[in-house]
Design a protein around this ligand. Structure first.
Ligand SMILES: [Fe+2]
Length: 384
């Protein structure tokens, strides 16, 4: 057996841990560049605290997922400020933007040179400026991943910048911050985490470390996702979901994902829909198709046993079978009123392009069984 496991330099978890950003800033230096989402109470107290402590603070707020123009603007502001620490407080998009900005402050040249697919895939060689990622949505796990997803609007694609050097220096995971999330964000982010845990667990690149972490994460999603959605003030459920999201990031960064993310990547470029909603809608159909393909073509595969274990961990029932996982997901997607892919903008005419791009996506290599073109098309038809 061979594997590698890498994560953020330090992970600080717990209610109130956002207070410790001050201590991180004190150690880093005077100038801090803060990246946040749209205005909200989640970062205001942190910003005030840093200013009170005498830091020279510059804030850049962004809305939407980072694309080349948004990154260019943030990078220009950051270069002028020349910070010793970059802090990003927000969802996956905000944290991904922080990774790119911190990296391009020390790695010279144009952003596009570093991108895969549309650029030259030039490697990041210089250690980025110290970077602190602070998630607020309990979903993507981007606080512990080594890639950033970037939109290229004119080519209608999303691509990644990847490097072990993109791993944040600090991940500060404060479950209290997710209490500001509207229910739809709690639902889609939570189901993204759930998808990432399942795909990392049953996938071809799982290892014993990610397995243990994913099992813990699935237990927490199973017992707390519904509560976090219906009762945002339930702190125990918030803590469980913040931890599950962190664990899903540890899983995906050190194993690989699968067909849901393989399709979600290209779909995100073709329709403008939240990543978590796309994943949530495809999770049950992909699991159905994967189970059928495994039973038909790889009935000895360990993945069938792992799907059964995932079903047991999520449902909390020791007699649960793999198909119970499909039912659990399908029910919760309806309960949370997640829009169908059709409502999110997918049309029949776009399916062949999504399938073709999905087959080439790097996440697809983590799927426990190689899916055929028609099986991927069936997934999208079921989710339409
Ligand atoms: Fe995801």
């Amino acid at each position: 057996m061979q594997f590698e496991f890498a994560t953020a330099g330090r992970i600080l978890f717990g209610p109130g841990s956002r207070e410790r950003i001050r201590e991180i800033a004190r150690a880093a230096g005077e100038r801090v560049f803060l990246i946040t989402g749209r205005s909200g109470p989640d970062y205001a107290a942190v910003a005030a605290g840093l200013q009170e402590a005498g830091h020279d603070l510059r804030r850049q707020s962004v809305s939407g997922e980072p694309d080349i123009p948004i990154i260019g603007e943030a990078l220009e502001a950051a270069r002028l400020h020349n910070p010793q620490l970059v802090v990003a407080i927000g969802g996956g998009s905000v944290m991904d933007l922080g990774k790119v900005v911190a990296a391009l402050l020390t790695n010279t040249g144009e952003l596009t040179e570093y991108l895969e697919v549309v650029g030259e895939g030039r490697p990041i060689t210089e250690r980025p400026v110290q970077f602190c990622a602070v998630p607020t949505t309990a979903g993507t796990g981007a606080e512990v991943t080594r890639n950033a997803v970037i939109g290229v609007p004119e080519q209608r694609v999303k691509v990644s910048m990847r490097s072990p050097l993109l791993l944040p220096s600090y991940a500060v995971v404060d479950p209290e911050l997710s209490a500001f999330c509207p229910p739809f964000v709690t639902a889609t982010a939570g189901l993204d985490a759930c998808t990432q845990l399942i795909e990392s667990y049953v996938g071809a690149k799982a290892n014993p470390l990610t397995d243990g972490i994913c099992r813990e994460g699935l237990v927490r999603v199973g017992r707390s996702l519904r509560t976090a959605y219906h009762d945002p003030s339930d702190t125990a459920a918030r803590e469980d979901m913040a931890l599950a999201a962190l664990m899903s990031g540890l899983g995906l960064a050190n194993a690989k994902l699968g067909a849901v993310h393989g399709l979600a990547g290209p779909l995100g470029g073709l329709v403008s829909a939240p990543h978590g909603a796309l994943c949530a809608r495809m999770l049950a159909p992909v699991t159905r198709v994967n189970l059928a393909a495994l039973r038909a073509r790889a009935s000895e595969s360990e993945a069938l046993m792992k799907y059964r274990q995932a079903a047991q961990l999520l449902t909390g029932r020791s007699e649960a079978q793999p198909d119970d996982l499909v039912n659990w997901v399908a029910e919760i997607v309806e309960e949370f009123s997640i829009p169908t892919l059709g409502a999110l903008g997918l049309t029949d005419a776009l399916i062949p392009e999504a399938v073709e791009k999905g087959l080439r996506a790097s996440s697809m290599q983590g799927n426990p069984v190689q899916l055929k073109q028609e099986e991927l098309a069936e997934v999208l038809q079921q989710a339409l």
